[in-house]
Design a protein around this ligand. Structure first.
Ligand code: TRP
Length: 517
């Protein structure tokens, strides 16, 4: 069976925009600030930077190199270098990433709802609260939970999935056309926000929150797990998407350079976003929160609500903030839809149209689960609605564990089954910046050992929490089984991801062709 025609990026700039568009997302704008705050502000920087240079960049080179060497999306590229077991890891990565995407798109739906609200309603007294006690300050707070406890987000979820479908309908060419606008706009909006933040009275001081180190926390393995997961998430590693993107590059592409450029752009963006967020919060003496969703949906908006300049400034910056989130999020989520579509097209020789339509339909259904407005905890903790509770639990496994596991497995497969040296030779062929043997050592030993260490420590504290019951949140009776057993979610996540990955791995086969390196 002949393969469908594979596209190619129109230009190197187009590729870099798309790769950095995938990398720059909600993770950069709010998750990073929340994590940095949670893990001790300045002290987070060191584990984060170590994770970037020791783990992030080398793995990005690996994922880019893999796609470029095999000219296939993630599962088939791993199949080509490591056989069936490799392919299974590839599909599992995509299944895990799909879980993340399902709730990521729900969050984007909420962002869209808040964007609509930012035009007016968000800044006024929230009304029509069902089940939640509205706290006295933060209108954004009330508005957000009022929206969450309605069915409105479902409409936004349908729209966001529709937009994703539209953006990947013609593969790289439609993605490239979109990111040419999205990514420069994101930078522009971010620069406007940071200028506003640091020119506020006291704004500059807020940055010190981000940089005042507290080195004692570095002894806590949770900080390292936090930094590692954040690096994987923010750089789009372990999703299997960058491999698909680089498979559309011309033969002479410089993957090493692309990886360095993409990761520096991403972390640069993350850095200035952190500065902007902390400047605005500090200027108005708002205490940041460690919860990423709270940060995005009411802590930062609370700061925007106090900007000088009256309604025009508040509405303007409010719209700008949520539009920024939306563009950043869309250019990330399309990368998964493309990564998945490319994988299925590679293997099953179906048309792009059919693959994309199918994902959008099932994706909408999946994301809808996280919009379920049933109120399980009226006391307005983070676990307000059933959808939110499920989101927390899914995030816990797919984000904090799944990505790291994929990272570990891809290093082992490529490092040992294929050979780190062979990959490095391929990377060096077209690269200005030549990697030396340290790269092999990183991929074969250092990264796997670091990830295993972090995972083992995390499981240990997981079990301690389980028996110490610190982990069981306060839920209403009906859904206490969910809370009491995050393990139930772990099981569902495992069964579904492993089952689907096996199904894709053992159904159908690849046309047996030679490697074109
Ligand atoms: N890097 C993105 C961020 O920082 C997250 C991300 C990457 C993502 N690829 C994705 C999210 C695919 C959903 C689907 O936000």
């Amino acid at each position: 069976m002949p393969h469908h025609e594979r596209g190619q990026w129109g230009s190197r700039v187009g590729f870099i925009l798309a790769a950095s568009g995938s990398a720059i997302g909600l993770g950069n704008i709010v998750f990073f600030s929340a994590n940095a705050y949670k893990f001790g502000g300045g002290a987070f920087y060191l584990p984060y930077l170590i994770a970037l240079f020791v783990i992030g960049m080398p793995i990005m080179m690996l994922e880019f190199g893999l796609g470029h060497y095999t000219r296939r999306a993630f599962p088939e590229s791993l199949y080509k270098v490591a056989g069936k077991k490799g392919e299974f890891v590839g599909w599992w990565a995509l299944m895990n990433a799909s879980f993340i995407t399902l709730y990521y798109i729900t969050i984007l739906g909420w962002v869209m709802g808040m964007f609509a609200g930012a035009a007016g309603g968000l800044w006024k007294e929230a009304t029509a609260l069902t089940g939640f006690d509205m706290p006295s300050l933060g209108n954004p707070h009330g508005y957000f939970f009022a929206m969450l406890s309605s069915w409105r987000p479902l409409i936004f979820v349908v729209i966001v999935w529709g937009l994703n479908g539209l953006l990947v309908r013609r593969g790289v060419s439609s993605i490239e056309a979109a990111v040419r606008w999205f990514v420069p706009l994101m930078w522009l909006f971010m620069i406007l926000l940071i200028v506003r933040g640091v020119t506020l009275e006291n704004g500059i001081q807020g940055i010190w929150v981000l940089f005042t180190p507290d080195f004692t926390v570095m002894r806590d393995p949770a900080v390292w797990q936090g930094a590692f997961s954040q690096i994987f998430f923010t750089l789009s590693l372990g999703f299997g998407v960058l491999t698909a993107y680089s498979s559309y590059l011309p033969k002479d592409a410089d993957n090493t350079n692309n990886a360095i450029l993409t990761s520096l752009m991403n972390c640069g963006f993350e850095y200035i976003a952190g500065v902007a967020v902390f400047a605005i919060l500090f200027a108005f003496a708002i205490v940041p929160t460690a919860s990423t969703l709270a940060m995005m949906f009411f802590v930062v908006p609370q700061g925007i609500a106090q900007l000088p300049g009256g309604d025009p400034a508040i509405i303007g910056f409010g719209l700008l903030f949520f539009l920024l989130l939306l563009l950043a999020g869309l250019s990330s989520s399309v990368s998964l839809v493309e990564g998945l579509a490319a994988s299925v097209i590679d293997k099953f020789n179906v048309s792009r149209r059919r693959a994309v339509t199918l994902f959008c339909v099932f994706g909408t259904l999946g994301s809808a689960i996280f919009t379920l407005p049933h109120v399980v905890n009226p006391s307005l903790s983070d676990n307000g609605t059933l959808g939110l509770t499920l989101l927390d639990l899914t995030d816990h496994w797919a984000f904090s564990y799944g990505l790291l596991i994929v990272g570990l497995l891809e290093c082992l497969l490529v490092g040992w089954a294929f050979g780190a040296t062979r990959l490095r030779e391929h990377l060096n062929k077209n690269s200005h910046f030549k990697l030396n043997v340290i790269y092999d050592v990183l991929i074969k030993f250092v990264i796997p050992i670091l990830i295993i260490y972090v995972l083992v420590m995390a499981v240990k504290s997981e079990l301690a929490g389980l028996y110490g019951s610190a982990y069981v949140p306060n839920f209403s009776e009906t859904f206490s089984w969910l809370a009491g057993s995050p393990m139930a979610v772990l099981l569902i996540w495992l069964v579904v991801t492993v089952g689907l990955a096996a199904l894709f791995t053992f159904k159908g086969s690849y046309p047996d062709e030679g490697r074109d390196s």
